[in-house]
Design a protein around this ligand. Structure first.
Ligand SMILES: C[S@@+](CC[C@H](N)C(=O)[O-])C[C@H]1O[C@@H](n2cnc3c(N)ncnc32)[C@H](O)[C@@H]1O
Length: 233
């Protein structure tokens, strides 16, 4: 995710959130993709490699919704891999940046109440979005409702040096973020998916340990978690 450097003051509020959404700030939105092109380029490659491996668990999946798509970085990536990809985000500023890069479909909306019918998408993906939500379990429950086959989650690991580095950076963007450990992420997914939950698989990227691939180690910086879903009972 674009861990946008620099400072911002959060401006507008968002539905269901305890705090304003820092990504409503056009200045944050405008510099967001720069992180992927610069200091975040290697992390981006590692994260996509990990998500790509987890995606192999869903060979039948053809459509995906990204909740909290931001500037559409991962939505576009899925679209480039032949998925019918839709992005949703509450921030008009972030969506304006997606519109400069591709034509979507992108939808303005809040993950706490997704504007889609049950099981509209094969997969629902949330990449570095749970950290910024008022009620992540409610959003994961909504994600489960609109997903047919599974959830794909990417999140910064609370039990990692990387997350500590972000907190210590003093960047106000991270003030409103809440980080999760692998266990917390798994527990939330289990709760949200309920009886529809099949298997859960996760790995972490070990960047900046460059030579190592993603592994199931609970202290890696970025957690990739895939949850397979059964049909509704
Ligand atoms: C760190 S960005 C991640 C963007 C994108 N997934 C990526 O990794 O590049 C977090 C995103 O979550 C969005 N967000 C915040 N509150 C949300 C909510 N209630 N529902 C859906 N998305 C939300 C923000 O607007 C922001 O675009």
């Amino acid at each position: 995710m674009g861990r946008a450097p620099g400072s911002t003051e959060a401006r507008a509020g968002k539905e269901g959130s305890p705090e304003p959404n820092p990504f409503d700030d056009p200045a944050v939105a405008a510099r967001y993709e720069r992180w992927y092109a610069g200091e975040g380029a290697e992390a981006d490659v590692r994260e996509r490699q990990l998500l790509g491996r987890l995606l192999a668990d869903f060979p039948q999946a053809e459509s995906v919704l990204e909740v909290g798509c931001g500037t559409g970085h991962f939505t576009r990536w899925m679209g480039n891999h032949d998925f019918r990809a839709t992005g949703l985000d509450p921030s008009w500023a972030m969506l304006a940046e997606t519109a400069r890069r591709d034509h979507g479909p992108y939808v303005q909306g809040d993950g706490h109440g997704l504007p889609f019918h049950d099981q509209t998408f094969d997969l629902v993906m949330l990449i570095t979005t749970l950290e910024f939500l008022a009620d992540p379990i409610r959003v994961l429950t909504e994600a489960t409702r609109v997903a047919r086959q599974g959830l794909l989650i990417g999140a910064l690991n609370r039990n990692s040096l990387l997350a500590r580095r972000y907190v210590r950076s003093g960047n106000p963007l991270w003030k409103s973020a809440h980080f999760f450990s692998v266990n917390e992420l798994t527990d939330m997914t289990v709760k949200a998916a309920g009886r529809r939950l099949g298997a859960v698989a996760w790995k972490t990227t070990l960047w900046p340990l460059r030579s190592l691939p993603a592994l199931p180690l609970p202290w890696g910086g970025f957690i990739g978690l895939a949850a397979r879903l059964h049909g509704p009972t």
